[in-house]
Design a binder for this molecule. Structure first.
Ligand SMILES: CC(C)(COP(=O)(O)OP(=O)(O)OC[C@H]1O[C@@H](n2cnc3c(N)ncnc32)[C@H](O)[C@@H]1OP(=O)(O)O)[C@@H](O)C(=O)NCCC(=O)NCCS
Length: 186
């Protein structure tokens, strides 16, 4: 079972940076806020954008508390990729419930300056390894159809495009389709 703060792996990026992947811990709220707000402000392909920044540390502490509860109850996890003790990437998994409990919904984000160095692929590899331990049979997500880099990363990892949610997201003043992607892991 995963423990708060547990180190899962260390690896070097394509540019030789030493990265540690570990489970979120109770004192990570400030670090997480410093990581995620610039990405929301960037107005990239995430659900939240510049108008939806984390407003204060209390909001982020609540998020961390919820993530730790999820880990404790084996309902999923939040993993952090750290470089020099700063968060540069995250991936999170949420297990489904009831008839859906064999399915895991995932999210992933890497800081702008650290993209395209292999951190995304490494996070997904570890996410899959840990999802198997939760007895999940498949992983899925929905991403913006125009997010070609993410779609490439997911397909390289073995996901398939299984559906389209028409005009599911409002992105930069336009309605954009969502692509549902899926990967069997057992
Ligand atoms: C998507 C994301 C998580 C991927 O993480 P990453 O660390 O950049 O990914 P990697 O370095 O492992 O792989 C990047 C790959 O995308 C490829 N790529 C880059 N731009 C691309 C484009 N426009 N179209 C297709 N592929 C592209 C790279 O060549 C590389 O492929 P390769 O491994 O075959 O050489 C990260 O870029 C990110 O956080 N983006 C912004 C937020 C986001 O989109 N999150 C996902 C929401 S669904």
């Amino acid at each position: 079972m995963l423990k708060p703060g547990q180190i899962i792996t260390n690896f070097k990026t394509k540019k030789g940076k030493e990265i540690t992947i570990r489970v979120v811990d109770k004192n990570d709220a400030k670090k997480l806020m410093d990581f995620i707000n610039p990405i929301f402000a960037e107005d990239t392909f995430l659900l939240r954008g510049p108008k939806d920044l984390v407003k204060n540390i209390k909001e982020q502490q609540k998020y961390v508390k919820d993530q730790l509860k999820k880990v404790r109850k084996k309902e999923g996890f939040l993993l952090l990729a750290l470089y020099k003790n700063n968060i540069v990437g995250t991936t999170d998994l949420r297990k489904g419930q009831y008839r859906h409990k064999h399915m895991g919904d995932l999210g992933i984000t890497v800081s702008k300056k650290f993209r395209e160095e292999g951190i995304g692929q490494e996070l997904l590899k570890i996410l899959e390894q840990e999802s198997k331990k939760l007895k999940l049979k498949a992983l899925y997500l929905t991403c913006l159809a125009c997010n070609l880099r993410a779609i490439h990363v997911y397909e390289k990892w073995g996901m398939k495009r299984v559906g389209i949610l028409p005009r599911a997201y409002e992105y930069k003043g336009e309605f954009v389709d969502g692509i549902t992607m899926w990967k069997e892991i057992s």
